[in-house]
Design a binder for this molecule. Structure first.
Ligand code: 26Y
Length: 821
């Protein structure tokens, strides 16, 4: 047990075994002979939770007594995955638990498989939040995550005849052993209704919001265990409940039957996670979700603050910093203004000063379709007072703009929180930049583009406000826990403190040329590939050659991420092999994992196409010794943990300028996969770390993409000038992959031709194809590949989320550590 020295906790095998058996008896009401794996999972979790809660109490007491400043991470998504293995590792108890359960005749691996993923997020943004709260706890920073306790997380994906089917994610059906219900901390929030203008005692104008409905927020706390088990912070997730309050006066005026039908029912608010990332849908329920968790969280923060400081607001911004994970919780800005001005009766300027020193905002996208805008009419209906406040913020802001750029109305129109379109819209990005004291992008290039393309005028108006914090990942989950063989090998060579000091991995660099180490490293990779091959067989029935290159693309399905570029290349290889059976290439298995938003038709077509092409290729004896294609259904955190350690190749092939950062790229490289990728997002920083010899970069750069689009990109130029491109696209029109159903894959071709190929797939195809040839060449040289793989692991130190958190702390949050005895 390398990490944990907590004197008051008994971390022995004996104690753990006793606790598990005790819970089996007293909590689960079963016994050692009757218990199935699920009961063992529950008992083992309960045994760990005892330790967790012990440290949670100590942490909370210490934070309270020291009156610590804390970061409050507001996020509509937390993609936590499974917690049992993680919590065992963080207490340094994994091997102990394994041995204890073995003595009880139980295999820990099977027990861990019983835990459903906590999939309360879509993808990168939600998983980032999970990595960050891990690092905050690990580094002893006072922090709390705030989000939504969705009854249903991201849908479970099934593949039927090649197509995606969405099924509900019943993650809590058999209870969640980690969450603690806190009815003593219920909050109430208001919705709908109208605003009354009154005159106060001093004749001043006062606003009173008469809500139409009140909803209760019930908090569930998930303990967040730091590595070493010392600090245990919490993730507080709000569940909505009916309060029974319904303002009949409000609704009698407008006919309560209609009004009631239009009103979102309280229980539905936290019912389900919206499965869209990137495309803003403008749905009232989503706005209410955002307000619901933001308002509950603010009340919670203020209650805690007042317990220590009473009605004295002067120290609020010393104690509280709120990080907005994208604009999803941006409605917290006018909500805090409302509390300060209408409730606490501060004057506007004092309130605004507090507000502007409380919030910081992280931007995760430049894609226009992902930038949140709400119809002013919708905000007026759901949150009438907030719309007034937004107008007031905007009014005062625009007079600042007038001072800086006198008479420049175009500038005002651009920077205004309100977009004066046909339907007036509230731009949440502008509101966030104006209301926050810091704004950051998530990788160097992304932050540069935020400054240059998205918010250039704001950068001029507020010099220094816009900054960068490059994303990171927790090496505890994404190396130590998910890849035990590699972790043990690394620890043998460089010691076991690398999970806390990831830059130490650089000590492996000197071993990159060492034959013995190369063999050991590649033996581990081979074992991980063997294990994944078994999983593939089990999940899909497909047999794969474990000596083939395992080439992996795992991420949400999006045109900008270009899974279809990967697919076109697979089709090209298929064709080359049919035309020339002696075509030289190392056998390769192309493995995909991806969920498509249910309403995103083309994304679903791409999934369908991958599966149909897979069926054909895998069954074609002319080529299936050389290429196979596997689509693993229901990609999620726990599946990623099995795939990443087995990857030889990491596909990071987004159109330059579109992927803000990426974090899967970091996880794969950390586990010794070589990246084939564009100069986009954090790929650029990965390339800087590993060096150009240890990564396969291809494709148009951001500048080239801009130039190409500016001079009028025409995909037909590529279609007619490259006969491979023409052949594979035409292939999609036939019924070769969908026998008897010609045209099923045609929308894909159309998107890349008449659709204008908005993500420049055809423009990058040739360069991609060449990079793949370089990659194939490199793999043939076993020594060279081993060296490159080792150097990828060795050079990933920068991408620990601990470094990201230290960047946030020094640039934005200004926290102090609070070590727990
Ligand atoms: C507004 C709503 C439709 C919406 C919901 C979820 C919009 C966006 C999202 C999620 C976005 C997301 O996951 N973005 C990713 O964030 C990662 C962490 O910063 C980045 O690494 C990744 O490049 C970016 O696409």
């Amino acid at each position: 047990n390398p990490v944990s020295t907590i004197p008051e906790l008994d971390l022995s095998k004996k104690a753990f075994k006793e606790a598990v058996v005790r819970h089996l008896h007293s909590t689960l009401g079963t016994d050692e002979n009757k218990a199935n794996n699920h009961a063992w999972f529950k008992a083992a979790s309960a045994a760990i939770q005892e330790l967790v809660l012990n440290r949670l109490r100590k942490t909370q007491k210490s934070h309270y007594l020291n009156d610590t400043r804390a970061v409050h991470y507001f996020s509509a998504e937390f993609l936590m995955g499974r917690l049992l293995s993680n919590n065992m590792h963080n207490f340094g108890l994994f091997e102990t638990a394994q041995a204890a359960l073995q003595e009880l005749g139980v295999d820990l691996t099977d027990v861990l498989e019983e835990e459903p993923d906590m999939a309360l997020g879509n993808g990168g943004l939600g998983r980032l939040a999970a990595c960050y709260i891990d690092s905050l706890a690990t580094m002893d920073y006072p922090a709390i995550g705030y989000g939504i306790h969705y009854e249903y997380g991201l849908f479970r994906q099934e593949i039927k005849n090649g197509a995606q089917i969405e099924r509900p994610d019943n993650w809590r059906d058999y209870g969640n052993p980690w969450e603690i219900c806190r009815p003593e901390s219920i909050q109430e929030i208001s919705l709908y209704g109208y605003v009354e203008t009154k005159y106060g005692k001093k004749g001043q104008i006062q606003k009173e919001w008469h809500p139409g409905a009140i909803v209760k927020g019930l908090p569930w706390d998930i303990p967040v265990v730091g590595y070493g088990g010392k600090t245990v912070n919490v993730l507080r997730l709000w569940e909505s409940q009916a309060s029974g309050y319904f303002n009949w006066d409000v609704f009698n005026a407008g006919g309560y039957v209609d009004a009631e039908r239009e009103n979102v029912e309280a229980e539905t608010i936290s019912k389900v996670l919206y499965p869209n990332d990137e495309t803003e849908a403008g749905k009232e329920l989503r706005l209410i979700q955002q307000y619901f968790f933001s308002a509950c969280s603010l009340k919670d923060i203020i209650r805690r603050y007042k317990r220590a400081h009473g009605d004295d607001w002067s120290r609020f911004t010393d104690q509280v910093v709120i990080q907005l994970n994208d604009t999803h919780p941006a409605i917290a800005i006018p909500e805090l203004m409302r509390i300060l001005v209408d409730r606490a009766e501060l004057d506007w300027d004092s309130a605004w000063e507090i507000c502007q020193n409380t919030f910081a905002y992280t931007n995760h996208t430049l894609l226009p379709e992902a930038l949140e805008k709400w119809p002013a009419r919708m905000i007026e209906k759901v949150l009438p007072r907030h719309l007034e406040i937004i107008y007031e913020i905007n009014h005062r802001f625009l007079s600042e703009v007038e001072k800086k750029w006198p008479g420049d109305n175009l500038m005002k129109a651009k920077l205004s929180i309100i977009e004066e379109s046909n339907e007036k819209m509230v731009r949440m990005g502008n509101l966030s930049v104006i209301g926050a004291f810091a704004v950051n992008g998530v990788a160097e290039i992304h932050s540069r583009l935020v400054k240059q393309n998205l918010f250039p005028e704001f950068d001029a108006l507020y010099p220094g406000k816009l900054t960068n914090v490059t994303n990171g990942i927790t090496p505890r989950r994404w190396l130590k826990a998910c890849n035990p063989l590699l972790s043990d090998l690394i620890s043998k060579k460089i010691g076991n403190d690398w999970p806390l000091h990831l830059s130490k991995l650089d000590d492996l660099s000197t071993l990159a040329d060492n034959k013995t180490f190369q063999n050991a490293f590649m033996r581990v990779k081979q074992k991980n590939k063997d294990a994944l091959a078994k999983e593939i067989k089990q999940l899909t029935g497909i047999s794969v050659d474990t000596k083939a290159i395992f080439d992996i693309q795992i991420k949400r399905l999006h045109e900008y991420k270009r899974q279809h570029l990967n697919l076109l290349h697979i089709l090209a290889l298929y064709r080359r092999l049919l035309e020339n059976p002696d075509y030289e290439m190392h056998p390769r298995v192309f493995i995909f994992g991806a969920k498509a938003a249910p309403g995103y038709a083309l994304a679903k077509t791409i999934i369908y196409a991958i599966n149909k092409v897979a069926d054909k290729i895998n069954a074609d004896v002319r080529v299936n010794q050389k290429i196979k294609v596997v689509f693993l259904p229901n990609y999620r955190v726990s599946l990623a943990e099995k795939m990443i350690p087995a990857a030889d190749v990491s596909q990071q092939i987004s159109t330059a300028g579109k992927e803000a950062s990426g974090t899967g790229n970091m996880k794969l490289a950390l586990n010794g996969a070589l990246t084939i990728g564009t100069l986009d997002g954090a790929n650029i920083e990965i390339a800087e770390e590993v060096g150009d010899d240890n990564i396969f970069i291809f494709g148009n750069t951001v500048e080239q993409v801009e130039a190409l689009t500016a001079r009028g990109y025409n995909p037909y130029d590529y279609y007619y000038n490259n006969k491979e491109i023409k052949a594979v696209l035409d292939w999609l029109d036939s019924d070769y992959f969908t026998p008897g159903q010609p045209g099923e894959l045609s929308p894909l071709k159309q998107s890349m031709l008449d659709g204008g190929d908005p993500y420049l797939v055809l423009a990058d195809f040739e360069s991609y194809s060449e990079a793949n040839i370089r990659l194939d060449e490199a793999y043939k040289d076993k020594t060279r590949w081993a060296k490159m793989a080792i150097l990828n692991t060795a050079k990933m130190g920068k991408f620990t989320s601990d470094r990201s958190i230290e960047d946030y702390v020094s640039k934005i949050w200004k926290l102090e550590k609070c070590g727990i005895e």
